[in-house]
Design a protein around this ligand. Structure first.
Ligand SMILES: Nc1nc2c(c(=O)[nH]1)N[C@H]1C(S)=C(S)[C@@H](COP(=O)(O)OP(=O)(O)OC[C@H]3O[C@@H](n4cnc5c(=O)[nH]c(N)nc54)[C@H](O)[C@@H]3O)O[C@H]1N2
Ligand SMILES: Nc1nc2c(c(=O)[nH]1)N[C@H]1C(S)=C(S)[C@@H](COP(=O)(O)OP(=O)(O)OC[C@H]3O[C@@H](n4cnc5c(=O)[nH]c(N)nc54)[C@H](O)[C@@H]3O)O[C@H]1N2
Ligand code: SF4
Ligand SMILES: [Mo]
Length: 891
């Protein structure tokens, strides 16, 4: 059991999920759990949490945790080993590889979910002491096009604005961002601004998302055409009164060339609309809105970054802000929304293969500066391989030792099956993890190290607005779990570098990182937090959130940059960059659809944590593919039936969701399901490993793909108190339920097969209903305490019975005699209405909301008063508004 720390009753920390970086107040319950609330004093979130943040308390149990080091033995199996043995094995393995093949055969693959201190330690060890620059991170898949675009435009990787600019904006343009689901607390802040000052929203996304549903104008552009849209906008702005000739003259270069290129490609709204597959009137409206609204913030996320032309998209957006001088002033600016809690911190310490620490690069001067600061004996001197190329080099056997920390590449990298093969060929594969059994752990690591998880972690993270906050521990380290930085320092010592890694705790690392940021800086580098280079341990403990830069003498930090120019290019001017010519992404037979991938509201990435919460699992319980109804019908794809999606690289089987918001000719599938949670729900294997030539970021949003019905004779579900293994050869997807788990199933096993399986798997006392001619099989077993132990419901395909009525039985300590009698009917005495959960905070399902609307609740506040739905975190408000629109009959 996870033990609470003895110290204060409530601890202020930061949410471990998205880049909004909400403040959390955690109060341990003394039993290994904690009450989690929003921290009202945190400037990023002012007490708010979304559904995922609010459910954190449900995800801190130890049942899935890796609690001890594991080392692969001669028999090939992982077995528990003392830390010393695990660390010796890593050090010896690294030494062997370095001696035989040089330091370039060693790589690290890190994560934007690591603390800054962990990240700093890994980079220092690799780039300064082992001498390899093959240190990349899942941020390559996430933020690297923004990093590259910022560097081209600003000369530095800087986000110029603050969340306060969203409160003060009159127009918010969301490009390739589903903020209602992916940055929910920030989106609520935008909605509050709309209420207060009438801020308008423009959403630019091929897909009709929950975010687009809230927009004043939605531009469903063709995939990959954002740079054309913003080039058209630049041509328009140059002719408009919004053009800021003084800012362009005094603080930028390259305007004429960028404008000439924009005029050639997209001279006006009509040409832009044609290039982007949009309505001319909509484009003209967007151009006019942008030109007429000084206080404009353009937020962008993965629809921009994860593209073969992602860096150009970023620069096309920046160009429009330079041209209007809307930069770093209240309510204005371009705003890259970061994904992970520490996407930004990773960049600060040089977590990418083409960066050195503290926002330095690989120029000889910078390499030398970092070498001197660290006293580094083996300084890497050139850029290393970026994620996709790094895994290709592993596959070719050029990289022989890999340490993965805080990411699940067997799921999240493109062409994920080739990643698995590559991992299997390593001489040394080290995996630092929180959990025992994710898909990467299934790829035979030589050593697994148990790392501190949220609630135990102690250090700092930086959110989207450059705000550094503390993650503070409120639970003791369980088992033999240790912080990542500690394991890295131990390995460094074993390689002969004890002195450079003699840190007593995260405060020592933070001070070193802060000192390096100010070292020979003198205003030449944007990232400077040297005001904290000598921060005392007690002050680090109490550290209040602050926005960098915070150079010596400016400990209060900086809210905005670049209003008066002062860019970090050699001439201190911003650069206009003309995007290369592109056309919309096309898909042709045999792969006639464009497969777009992304996120859903209540799951986080590969579900190692959110997947533990029954509340979060009930919003969308199974992996799906969204398709326009008119694309679905001719292919014989029915709502709720299964479909096989394939690409040149792999295949998946997903539930069909017809969605009129889906652009014709495109599919959308979520990234969350893995082999740990489904049989065929992983989309990573399908996604092509095409990358942006500047940033190296994979294009995860536009893979040519095909879709066809997946024929299964039977479908149904299993409910069980424990994790079981469904029979082989089936399609299945698992969800956490209150008191146990549920598996949706499909396949060719008929009633007799199931009767045989249940007999073999279950104790004697099973109630069964077998009707072979109609293809029906149902079974239920109760344990000695009278609780439902498991239930199996199988029927012919197309006649699936929902588990909603029965799943509540798993949570009950004693099932009533009436429910026991009728369990095989699939119904319960007085069963409540159900359907998918809409409000995760108060557990309110769709059917209840529809009933309330039919009963007279005519807006979101009335629904809230009746059912409480939507009154806590508000993440479900867009969905409730949609249900209101669909359900209310116009009078
Ligand atoms: N619930 C939840 N929230 C999360 C996460 C999570 O796993 N779950 N993960 C976090 C992380 S790490 C990240 S990076 C962020 C991502 O946050 P977002 O970027 O908002 O999320 P995505 O769903 O990946 O993609 C955003 C949108 O890009 C659109 N898109 C696809 N192609 C194009 C295109 O060519 N142009 C344009 N304009 N749009 C396009 C997609 O249709 C999609 O709706 O979310 C963070 N927040
Ligand atoms: N097709 C497609 N692929 C994508 C994307 C997409 O939109 N489409 N999005 C990409 C993006 S933006 C991202 S950010 C990635 C995310 O992809 P991943 O990073 O692979 O996903 P996670 O599930 O967050 O994996 C984090 C792992 O680290 C562990 N962990 C968490 N904290 C710590 C820690 O402090 N220390 C250690 N040692 N382990 C820890 C967790 O248990 C978990 O197993 O996916 C990328 N892949
Ligand atoms: S918006 Fe939600 S997931 Fe993101 S930091 Fe805040 S509570 Fe966490
Ligand atoms: Mo991300």
């Amino acid at each position: 059991m996870n033990a609470p720390l003895a110290s204060p009753p409530s601890v202020k920390t930061t949410c471990p999920y998205c880049g909004v970086g909400c403040g959390v107040k955690a109060t341990p319950d003394g039993l290994g759990g904690a009450l989690v609330e929003g921290d009202r004093d945190h400037p990023a979130s002012q007490g708010r949490l979304c559904s995922k943040g609010a459910a954190l308390g449900e995800t801190i149990g130890l049942s899935t945790r890796l609690l001890h080091p594991l080392v692969r033995g001669a028999d090939g199996a992982l077995a528990r080993a003392p830390w010393d043995q695990a660390l010796d094995r890593i050090a010896a393995g690294l030494r062997q590889v370095i001696d035989a093949h040089g330091p370039g055969a060693v790589a690290f693959y890190l994560s934007g979910q690591l603390l800054t201190e962990d990240y700093y330690a890994a980079n220092k060890l690799a780039k300064g002491f082992i001498g390899t620059s093959h240190v990349d991170t899942n941020s390559r898949l996430c933020m690297s096009s923004s990093v590259a675009g910022h560097k081209r435009g600003f000369g530095s990787d800087t986000v110029p604005g603050s969340y306060e600019d969203l409160d003060a904006a009159d127009l918010i343009v969301l490009v390739g961002s589903n903020a209602a689901w992916c940055h929910p607390v920030l989106f609520r802040r935008m909605e509050a601004a709309r209420k207060a000052r009438g801020t308008r929203f423009v959403v630019i996304d091929p897909r009709g998302t929950e975010t687009a549903a809230e927009a004043d104008l939605h531009l469903p552009l063709a995939h990959g055409t954002d740079a054309l849209l913003f080039s058209g906008l630049l041509a328009h702005l140059a002719e408009s009164s919004a053009f800021d000739a003084a800012y362009v003259r005094d603080h930028t270069t390259g305007f004429e060339a960028a404008l000439a290129s924009a005029r050639a490609a997209t001279p006006d709204a009509a040409a832009t609309a044609r290039a982007c597959g949009l309505d001319e009137a909509d484009v003209a409206r967007f151009f006019a809105l942008f030109a007429d609204t000084a206080r404009t913030v353009t937020c962008y996320s993965q629809g921009v970054n994860q593209s073969a032309v992602g860096t150009d998209k970023v620069n096309a957006i920046l160009n429009c802000h330079f041209a209007t001088g809307r930069m770093g002033r209240e309510g204005m600016g371009p705003f890259s929304l970061t994904g992970q809690p520490n996407a930004m911190g990773g960049r600060e310490v040089g977590g990418l293969a083409n960066q050195l620490a503290a926002h330095m690069g690989f120029s000889p001067e910078e390499v030398d500066r970092v070498r001197r600061f660290w006293g580094a004996p083996h300084m890497a001197t050139h850029e290393g391989l970026k994620a996709v190329d790094m895994f290709a080099a592993i596959g070719r056997g050029e990289i022989k030792a890999l340490w993965v920390m805080g990411t699940n590449p067997a799921v999240s990298l493109p062409e994920a099956d080739t990643v698995r093969t590559a991992l299997a060929g390593l001489d040394l594969f080290v995996l630092s993890e929180n959990v025992l059994d994710n898909d990467t752990a299934a790829c035979s690591p030589h050593v697994m190290l148990p790392a501190a998880a949220w609630g135990e972690k102690d250090g700092t993270v930086t959110n989207s607005e450059r705000r550094i906050s503390r993650q503070r521990p409120f639970l003791a380290l369980p088992g033999e779990v240790k912080p990542n930085w500690w394991a890295l320092a131990q390995v460094a010592a074993r390689l002969g570098h004890a002195d450079a890694f003699r840190w007593r705790g995260p405060a020592d690392i933070f001070r070193e990182h802060a000192a390096l940021s100010g070292f020979e800086n003198a205003g030449t580098r944007d990232f400077d937090i040297s005001a904290y280079a000598e921060i005392a341990d007690a002050a680090f403990q109490d550290f209040a959130p602050v926005q960098w830069p915070a150079p010596r003498g400016r400990a209060q930090g900086t809210a905005r940059l670049f209003a008066e120019g002062g860019y970090f290019t050699p001439d201190r001017r911003a650069r206009f960059v003309a995007p290369r010519p592109v056309a919309a992404v096309r898909a042709e037979p045999p792969f006639p659809f464009i497969l777009n991938t992304g996120r859903i509201r209540d799951q986080w990435h590969t579900m190692t944590r959110t997947g533990l919460s029954p509340r979060l699992g009930s919003h969308i319980p199974a992996p799906f593919v969204a398709i326009h109804p008119e694309d679905a019908a001719p292919l014989g794809l029915r709502e709720g039936a299964l479909a096989r999606i394939s690409s040149a690289h792999g295949a998946a089987v997903l539930e069909v969701k017809t969605d009129a918001g889906q652009k014709r000719g495109t599919l959308f599938a979520p990234i969350h399901w893995s082999e740990a949670t489904s049989s065929h729900g992983r989309v990573g294997p399908l996604v092509h490993a095409v990358t942006d030539p500047v940033s190296g970021q994979p294009d995860s949003k536009a893979t040519p793909a095909a879709i066809a019905p997946y024929e299964a004779r039977f479908e149904g579900f299993i409910l069980a108190r424990r994790r079981i293994k469904p029979p082989p050869g089936l399609w299945w997807a698992r969800a956490a339920l209150e008191g146990g788990f549920g598996w949706r199933l499909a396949g060719d096993l008929g009633p007799e097969d199931w009767a045989g399986w249940v007999k073999a798997a279950a104790p004697a006392d099973v109630a069964e209903l077998v009707d072979a001619p109609s293809g029906l099989y149902r079974a239920a077993a109760f344990d000695q305490e009278g609780r439902l132990d498991f239930a199996v419901f199988i029927g012919p395909a197309g006649q699936r019975v929902a588990w909603d009525a029965l799943k509540g039985l798993l949570a009950e300590e004693t099932v009533s005699a009436a429910d026991r009698r009728r369990v095989l009917s699939g119904r319960r005495a007085g069963a409540a209405v159900g359907g998918p959960l809409v409000c995760a905070c108060f557990g309110v399902p769709k059917d209840s909301i529809i009933a309330a609307i039919r009963g007279g609740a005519c807006d979101t506040s009335a629904v809230g008063e009746t059912l409480k739905a939507g009154t806590n975190c508000g993440s479900c408000l867009p969905e409730i508004r949609r249900l209101l629109a669909e359900t209310m009959v116009p009078v």
